[in-house]
Design a protein around this ligand. Structure first.
Ligand code: GCU
Length: 658
């Protein structure tokens, strides 16, 4: 059935008569080489419609996997080289790498190149060391912000039941270069660190290991109290330090290649070092010491608290920037793409470029908490690219894109994390197009300077068909889709307007939550005179956290990209926008445009019918129908609400909200 389970690894027969290899030749049989051979066999037999044999020597057109005896420096531990040549009078494709995992990545790359019509010869290596999924999965099987069914981890039946789906999960991730996964929610339960759960996690680690994927756990900072019976979790207390060291030793006895800890501390009510008057680095460095050179600590910079009355936008920077250079060598600070919370559009986080002495790990959200869950189509590759390409002007120098900061050229460690959008749904991601966001995340983690357009093209070819009559319009639709969502939800730099708790649907009017910084009205500040959040010197001055040159992107409403306008400026309804129209008219027209574009996506998709199987065609058509309806809901509700503030008439030709 075309239910999407195969993701981009469908391997359907190719229309082109390109002769494909008939055999796979590999020297040895390690678990990883076996995985590479199995994938090539599966892929090539699917694509060619012929049986593919596995041989020790070349006696037919073959793919030859070779681990290099003299290491090739440029390839590192995970890179590969693919070259066409001849051997024993036969055409061969040679995949070479310094390591087994490089061979596996090379095998996936070769299959991808066949499917996307790229030339065979290539050399490639990842630019980022840690390429991780973060699962916000709870031990009870629910997934925080998960819209694709339940958690994949069947804690109840583990460690005995080893679901074959775990292997498919590993294949899919390895195919895009993901090399680690954090199994549990950042809002962690201490129980995940107990022996029974470690035994279960060890089975997952064993399954993922041949695919180059290490497992990591979110650690609850107060675990020494909850599990160890200690009176404190103070990171400077010797008993606490000893507890974590013993815990790390226990983990490594079960999972020798355990990757390390992800920690959410002193954020949204989670325990942390500040509970004891200590700093983030006190906490992070204590865990880093417990792991030693066996693993890393990913310490999250997503911190904000009610007691700080200042603009939430500024809190992470204020807490972390002064501590640059004080983290242990095996600590990375994990920073969300923007300073608020995965909004449909955010300027890059001011910490990027501001902590040159600390490896900063990017945290993107793949699951679409604020972009319509798995129901609305929004291709996030375009969003990730926008963030990664922004110039931070680190050390006052131009050319320090966020991508370059993340690649961390001066650091031994670098990383990118994506909050996973996958679960037990048959199609993994809740909707077919959301698979593309998983795919794009992996490809950009491998190469943060990659092109979102190229990645969407690859994905569309592999997942559906290489037929340009499909690929061209669908990629165009994907590339536009996230702008469309931003237009009908949060145009012109507005943000955090989603309804309370679930974050689905409009709630710009909400003003009664316990904490001001949870209320949408705190973010748009609309009244009868104007709208927007002044983050310049006359307001919260969050803008000053950026380098002077980066500030120029947003300092002047007249010259800036208006898609960020109300993120940084509070302006009068009559303010004249670049179009010449008053701000009020521009706002309404942008909402209207977003809703219209969402409706038009259905038409584009309808034209794709000849190129798509009926099952996926219908499933996608149905979610696009929901999206169009809900885009109108967003448009109508938002225009009506903001009109109650502005008191102005709608611009000519715009339909009144229903
Ligand atoms: C968001 C999200 C929470 C999550 C938090 C985090 O606020 O709504 O569910 O726990 O981010 O990233 O820690």
């Amino acid at each position: 059935a075309e239910d999407g389970y195969d993701l981009w690894l469908r391997y359907k027969p190719l229309a082109s008569a390109e002769p494909l290899p008939r055999a796979i030749v590999a020297q040895d049989n390690t678990p990883t080489v076996k995985a590479a051979v199995a994938e090539l066999q599966r892929g090539l037999s699917g694509l060619s419609g012929r049986r593919i044999s596995v041989a020790k020597n070349v006696s037919a057109p073959s793919v030859v996997l070779t681990r290099l005896t003299t290491p090739e420096a440029g390839l590192g531990n995970e890179g590969y080289m693919i070259r066409e040549g001849r051997q024993n009078g036969q055409p061969v494709v040679r995949i070479r790498a310094n390591s087994d995992i490089g061979l596996l990545y090379g095998a996936f790359a070769y299959l991808r190149r066949i499917q996307t019509g790229a030339t065979t010869d290539t050399t490639d290596a990842p630019k980022v060391r840690l390429r991780l999924l973060n699962h916000w999965d709870n031990l009870d099987g629910t997934v925080e912000r998960g819209y694709a069914g339940a958690s994949l981890w069947d804690w109840w039946r583990l460690p005995d039941l080893q679901d074959p789906r775990y292997t498919d999960y590993a294949r899919a991730n390895a195919s895009i270069g993901i090399n680690g996964t954090v199994l549990n929610n950042v809002n962690a339960k201490a129980a995940s660190l107990t022996a029974p759960y470690l035994d279960k996690a060890a089975v997952l680690a064993d399954t993922f290991r041949p695919y180059g994927i290490r497992i990591y756990l979110s650690a609850r900072f107060s675990a020494p109290i909850e599990l160890g019976g200690l009176k404190t979790a103070d990171p400077l207390d010797p008993a606490v330090r000893a507890w974590w060291k013993a815990k790390a030793d226990e983990i490594y006895a079960k999972i020798p290649d355990f990757g390390g800890f992800l920690v959410k501390a002193n954020s949204e009510g989670q325990p942390g070092p500040q509970d004891y008057g200590r700093t983030h680095e006190d906490g992070a460095n204590m865990l880093a010491e417990a792991l030693g050179n066996r693993g890393v600590v990913m310490w999250r910079a997503f911190v904000y608290k009610a007691e700080v009355a200042d603009d939430r936008h500024k809190q992470a920077y204020s807490e972390f920037k002064p501590h640059d250079g004080q983290f242990a060598p095996n600590v990375l600070v994990q920073v969300k793409n923007g300073a608020i919370d995965f909004q449909p559009r955010e300027p890059f986080h001011p910490l990027f470029g501001a902590m040159p002495k600390t490896p900063l790990m990017m945290e993107f959200q793949i699951t679409k908490e604020y972009l319509g869950f798995a129901t609305h189509l929004a291709y996030l590759g375009q969003y990730y690219e926008e963030t990664l390409r922004a110039d931070t002007f680190q050390n006052g120098q131009t050319g320090w894109s966020v991508a370059r900061v993340v690649e961390g050229e001066h650091h031994a460690l670098s990383g990118m994390a994506g909050v996973a959008n996958i679960g037990t749904d048959r199609n993994w991601s809740g909707s077919h197009f959301d698979q593309a966001n998983w795919y794009a995340f992996g490809r950009l983690a491998w190469n943060p300077q990659g092109s979102a357009h190229d990645i969407a093209t690859e994905w569309a070819k592999m997942t559906f068909t290489p037929d340009p009559r499909f690929v061209t319009p669908v990629v165009a639709l994907m590339m536009r889709s996230r702008e469309t969502v931003a237009d009908y939800m949060t145009p012109l730099g507005l943000h955090h307007l989603m309804d309370t708790g679930h974050h689905y649907g409009p709630g710009p009017w909400v003003d009664n939550l316990g904490r001001p910084d949870w209320n949408p009205v705190y973010y748009h500040k609309a009244d009868d005179k104007g709208i927007g959040f002044d983050r310049t010197r006359t307001g919260s001055d969050a803008l000053s956290q950026y380098d002077l040159q980066a500030q120029k992107f947003w300092a002047d409403p007249k010259s800036m990209d208006e898609r960020y306008l109300l993120w940084f400026h509070h302006l009068s309804w009559d303010y004249k926008t670049r179009s010449g129209r008053p701000l009020w008219d521009e706002l309404v027209l942008t909402y209207d445009k977003g809703a219209k574009e969402a409706a038009a996506m259905q038409q584009t998709w309808a034209e794709m019918k000849p190129y798509v199987d009926a099952e996926r065609f219908k499933a996608i058509a149905s979610t696009l129908r929901i999206q169009a309806r809900e885009a109108k809901w967003w448009r109508d509700a938002s225009i009506a609400y903001f009109q109650s503030k502005s008191g102005r008439p709608l611009p000519a030709g715009v339909a009144a909200p229903e």
